[in-house]
Design a protein around this ligand. Structure first.
Ligand code: FAD
Ligand code: NAD
Length: 471
């Protein structure tokens, strides 16, 4: 169209991938437009993902701790009450502050933020159905697709976000359900199970595989996590698949059977959370107009420079390959802009941390033990329990362990797996070690402050190439 504004870069999607790319592009002097249809920036992560879930996890943990974990600390509390409306409000305020902050950053970096749904007209032209009505056309020398992902539905269960919910509904329930079933014991399932069980729901997690935690979590750590979460009151049915659901009655009923076949039973609940994974989202994007390929899981196919087969159209974040994580999306966004501007960028896919924000937290980076074993590499394992760490002991928070896996020949760290207090912060050190190609001895010979939880990290490294002092 003749009235179309010409940009160096048009970004479709204002999630973590899209907005970070927009800011970086603005910094690099590219004339940039960012199209987002949600009405707010930040995508899944800021609006209905990372941020609101961590708000509820933090505050439900505090509530649970005040109820169950104060007496032995010498704190006598009176009448403790849950004000769920206020807890949800606190969450909404965090989300609002952050999404507005992102909008400010886009403005500050000279990005045109266009509110509406974008779809390809041709390989350089995107038509936007504006949220305020009407249409706008933008043209880009480069286009970046960052349209993210959506919850994978469960066949036969109709999501209404009230009784049959995805994570989005689980972040906004106005009442604590009496009975809740979670289908899928991955990260979303376990984080949301933690929130609602702490607030008083009777929660059962049904997981198809023999272990919880989703892809990547080390089996030994997953086993400990399950034991600890079970002690907190969450019920688990692992090795169990849901075969069908029925939402016609007063309660939702699910038929489940052993994953190996056989024994069938029926489970009832007030609310069923479907958390069986997420899938790339490209609805209404008009991909058919430009002929970009998807793989068998709906992911947009790209090369190492994030290019589709139309080289000036690039893709980053959840809608393409790799783990569906906000920080992975951010790294890719920066790298993609660097490829456009300078011809080179950098993401080390071997050093992307994962964190599950339960209590205790679970975090890891690199390969797990089963993966290393399967690769045939000879390795050493070193572990150190938080029960032997002075700070964990003084904090009366001693559940968990740090586990290092290093190459037996070179001592290079291949993976670090942590379950324990503050694991999500501690994994940053492990990630740096992996990124720098450190050995377990490098970490062990680095001075760590006393008394800190990070000494457990150092001692696990000591245990890998030699012996720990305190265990
Ligand atoms: P998204 O965040 O999904 O953003 C894509 C955006 O594009 C959306 O806002 C969408 O409206 C917009 N869009 C799509 N199509 C169009 C179109 N045609 N026109 C205009 N706009 C369009 N990751 C972590 O790393 N840590 C966590 O703690 C964490 N917690 C999570 C908790 C939950 C409950 C969920 C669901 C996810 C969580 N994630 C977490 C994953 C994280 O949210 C995603 O990896 C991240 O949001 C991916 O960013 P993205 O920009 O690729 O996609
Ligand atoms: P997931 O892939 O992590 O876990 C899904 C689980 O459901 C798996 O364990 C799988 O075996 C199980 N499952 C699949 N079909 C099933 C069935 N029919 N019956 C029973 N179990 C079944 O997916 P998720 O937990 O939905 O999370 C989606 C994405 O969002 C992930 O990529 C995750 O990394 C990301 N996320 C990250 C965080 C975080 O970083 N803290 C938090 C939430 C979500």
């Amino acid at each position: 169209a003749s009235d179309a504004a010409e940009h160096d870069l048009v970004i479709i999607g204002g999630g973590v991938a899209g907005y970070v790319a927009a800011i970086k592009a603005g910094q690099e002097g590219l004339k940039t437009a960012c199209i987002e249809k949600r009405g707010t920036l930040g995508g899944t992560c800021l609006n209905v993902g990372c941020i609101p879930s961590k708000s509820l996890l933090n505050n439900s943990h505090l509530y649970h701790q005040i109820l169950h974990d104060t007496k032995k600390r010498g704190i006598e509390v009176g009448d403790v009450k849950l004000n769920l409306a206020q807890m949800l409000k606190a969450k909404d305020q965090s989300v609002e502050g952050l999404t507005k902050g992102v909008e400010f950053l886009l403005k500050k970096n000279g990005v045109d933020y266009i509110k509406g749904a974008g779809s390809f007209v041709d390989a350089n032209t995107v038509k936007v159905d504006l949220l305020d009505g009407g249409e706008q056309t933008v043209r880009g020398k480069n286009i970046l697709i960052a349209t993210g992902s959506e919850a994978t539905p469960f066949p036969g269960l109709n999501i209404d976000e009230k009784r049959i919910i995805t994570s989005t509904g689980a972040l906004a329930m106005e009442e604590v359900p009496k009975k809740m079933i979670v289908i899928g014991g991955g990260i979303i399932g376990l984080e949301m199970a933690s929130v609602w069980s702490r607030l008083g729901a009777e929660v059962t997690v049904v997981e198809f595989l023999g272990q919880i935690g989703g892809p990547g979590m080390d089996a030994e750590i997953a086993k400990q996590a399950q034991k600890i979460l079970a002690k907190q009151g969450i019920k688990f049915k692992t090795g169990t698949k849901v075969t069908k659901g029925d939402d016609s009655g007063a309660l939702v009923s699910l038929s489940v059977e052993s994953a190996k076949g056989g024994k069938e039973e029926t489970l009832d609940a007030d609310v069923v959370l479907v958390a069986i994974g997420r899938r790339p989202y490209t609805e209404g994007l008009g991909l058919e107009n430009i002929g970009i390929d998807k793989d068998d899981r709906g992911r947009l196919v790209i090369d190492q420079e994030y290019r589709t087969k139309v080289p000036h159209i690039r893709v980053v974040g959840d809608v393409t390959f790799g783990p569906m994580l906000a920080h992975k999306a951010e790294e890719e966004a920066v790298a993609a802009i660097e490829y456009i501007k300078k011809g080179h960028g950098h993401v080390n896919y071997a050093a992307i941390p994962s964190v599950m924000y339960t209590h205790p937290e679970v975090a890891w980076v690199g390969q797990n033990e089963a993966e290393i074993k399967a690769s045939g590499v000879k390795y050493n394992v070193g572990t150190f329990p938080f029960s032997a760490n002075s700070r964990a002991k003084t904090n009366l928070d001693t559940e968990g362990v740090v586990k290092f896996i290093a190459d037996a020949e070179t001592d290079r760290i291949l993976g670090v797996h942590i379950i324990g207090p503050g694991a999500g912060e501690m994994i940053a050190e492990a990630t740096l070690a992996v990124e720098y190609g450190a050995s377990s001895e490098d970490v062990a010979r680095t001075c760590h402050a006393h008394p800190t939880l990070s000494e457990a990290f150092k001692e696990a490294a000591m245990a890998t190439y030699s012996k720990p002092i305190h265990f």
